[in-house]
Design a protein around this ligand. Structure first.
Ligand code: CO
Length: 293
């Protein structure tokens, strides 16, 4: 394990998130912000660990604009999630901006839940204790924590490993230990606090390899191989290969059963959602926020 690479990836993730937030103004296109942020990640010496995502309103996560997306920021609640890797070592962080100006408390709820979780993290703390702090903080604001989304461990070329860090008191008595690196990501919802997978995924991941005879698919697979089994988005492929070839290849990979799809995750009752996230390192006493600029 390379702590040096991971720390650097986290630093770049924090700088890239800050940059994305600076671009996020009313009138800005979310596709432009994502593309510019992904370029910035590369300029800073990293690679996206997953496509830059801007999920709006009742969408909690996994929205990544296609090449022809024309969505513009105006009065939404926008959650920006940025992941960076260096040699597979990942930094993951997120922030929410409220352009509606009516949801300041919602944004504060997930941010404060994250801060309160970070305050209690130390070796020996249980996952349930972290979940409980997140839950009570968000409920104090009158909102619901999203229960079926959670923080996670980060492994080389693997964004979601154990432990799964709950956003509510799930009674998990697993303890954190010194040296653990985890992403904490509370989501606060004005609705159900449960998300479902909607349709029209734009984020994908290759799950394993299989030979294919189709020439176009083979060519596109070569490009996908460069992502090292990390998630990628359709936009990255259509930019290189166009819509028709990309659609054909994705269909083909799906038929071969080697493509995972990550459709947008939407609140069951269409409630607005905010998110805050940091990657932290558990230290002898407390923890260190790795995704700080
Ligand atoms: Co995460």
């Amino acid at each position: 394990m390379s702590l040096k690479d991971q720390k650097k990836a986290c630093k770049i993730a924090a700088q890239a998130l800050k940059y994305a937030v600076s671009l996020a103004k009313p009138g800005a296109s979310i596709k432009d912000i994502c593309e510019k942020t992904e370029s910035r990640i590369k300029e800073l010496g990293g690679e996206p660990a997953f496509p830059a995502q801007i999920s709006l309103n009742e969408t909690a996560a996994h929205f990544c604009p296609d090449e022809d997306d024309t969505t513009v920021l105006k009065d939404q609640v926008a959650s920006i999630d940025i992941g960076v890797h260096i040699n597979g070592y990942i930094g993951d962080n997120a922030a929410t901006i409220d352009f509606s100006k009516n949801n300041t408390e919602l944004v504060k709820a997930s941010r404060e839940a994250l801060n309160n979780a970070i305050k209690i993290i130390r070796p020996g703390i249980t996952l349930a204790e972290i979940g409980k702090v997140i839950q009570t903080t968000i409920e104090r604001y009158g909102f619901a924590p999203v229960r079926n989304l959670s923080g996670h461990g980060l492994d080389q070329y693997n964004i979601h490993t154990s432990p799964s860090v709950p956003n509510y008191d799930n009674k998990d008595t697993t303890e954190l230990k010194q040296g653990d690196i985890i992403a904490i990501e509370p989501f606060a919802s004005k609705g159900a606090g449960i998300v479902y997978e909607s349709s029209n995924p734009t984020i994908f991941q290759l799950t394993r390899k299989k030979p294919t005879r189709n020439m176009i698919t083979r060519k596109i697979l070569k490009e996908i191989d460069k992502y090292n089994n990390l998630p990628f988005c359709k936009r990255w492929l259509t930019k290189k290969f166009g819509q028709a070839k990309t659609n054909l290849a994705l269909r083909n990979l799906k038929q071969l059963n080697i493509l995972a799809e990550y459709p947008p995750l939407i609140d069951k009752n269409q409630g607005l959602i905010s998110q805050a996230e940091h990657t932290v390192l558990v230290k002898k006493q407390g923890c260190e926020i790795l995704t700080s600029v």
